[in-house]
Design a protein around this ligand. Structure first.
Ligand code: ADP
Ligand code: MG
Length: 252
């Protein structure tokens, strides 16, 4: 397999009733790279992620991940194949500790996939959770109640929950939403660490961050892919400029 065919998306589209939310998306994604999906509100970014994570079936087109046809698979199979997603809205159990949150995710993963060892030891699961917490820099916060973690730590916790499935592709929907500069820097550093041996796709509005972190940017507008290239190429793209004309692009 070449570097360019971790994920192959061909003519992907999705309609809701008569409304076309996504149309004709064709792109290949390689290994261990960071790609941003940008575009104005309603451009189809979350719809794209929903399809790539199996939460939504495409109306048209196909996608292959590590050679597997994803089109007809159920959502839990996406996780099993190595695709993980974090959500725009935080999705943790606030009254449980950081470690308990990750352990529940690990337990769900292990019990679903190791069907011949339903008792897959508590120890294994706990270890896996421990490692994921350490990977996102929350090793020292394992016993803290999730609700008491700072916003940035909660987002890191969500990523730890996703990590227990050992994903090869991570879909991060606005990982720095609601973060100030310091938390944003910490999240960027975490994403860079994750990208060392994973492929990352992220939806992100903070352009300065996108330009610094990503090696490729896809621009969606009204459900269409209007540009796909390096940060430098995207910044100079006439179509992209006209879409964002008069908007700040969130240079924060
Ligand atoms: P983005 O994440 O880029 O802001 P979305 O993918 O959430 O955009 O939405 C793209 C368009 O599709 C929007 O116009 C939205 O209203 C519409 N849409 C998304 N999900 C649904 C749905 N489940 N039913 C109907 N319309 C939807
Ligand atoms: Mg969205």
């Amino acid at each position: 397999m070449s570097d360019d065919d971790l994920l192959q998306v061909d003519d992907l589209g999705r309609s809701f009733g008569g409304f076309v939310a996504l149309k004709g998306i064709t792109a290949n994604f390689g290994r261990n790279r960071v790609t941003a999906i940008i575009g104005p509100n309603g451009a189809g970014k979350s719809t794209f992620f929903n399809i790539l994570s199996g939460a939504l079936k495409p109306s048209t087109g196909s996608m292959r991940f590590r050679g597997n046809d994803l089109s007809k698979l159920q959502q839990h199979r996406f996780v099993h194949l190595g695709i993980a997603r974090s959500y725009q809205i935080t999705s943790i159990f606030p009254q449980l500790t950081a470690h308990e949150n990750v352990r529940i995710g690990a337990q769900a993963f292990v019990s679903r996939y190791n069907i011949w060892t339903p008792r897959a030891s508590y120890h294994d699961v706990s270890e896996r959770a421990e490692q994921a917490l350490a990977d996102v820099g929350l090793g020292g916060a394992r016993n803290r109640i999730a609700a008491t973690l700072a916003h940035g730590e909660q987002r890191a916790l969500e990523i730890a929950i996703a990590l227990v499935a050992d994903p090869k592709l991570m879909l991060l929907d606005e990982p720095t939403a609601g973060m100030g500069p310091e938390e944003t820097r910490a999240m960027v550093a975490l994403i860079e660490r994750l990208a060392a041996d994973r492929t990352i796709l992220l939806v992100e509005h903070k352009m300065k961050m996108v330009l610094g972190l990503c090696d490729r940017i896809l621009v969606l507008h009204h459900g269409r892919l209007i540009a796909d290239g390096t940060p430098a190429a995207i910044q100079n793209d006439a179509n992209v400029r006209s879409v964002y004309l008069g908007q700040s692009l969130g240079y924060a």
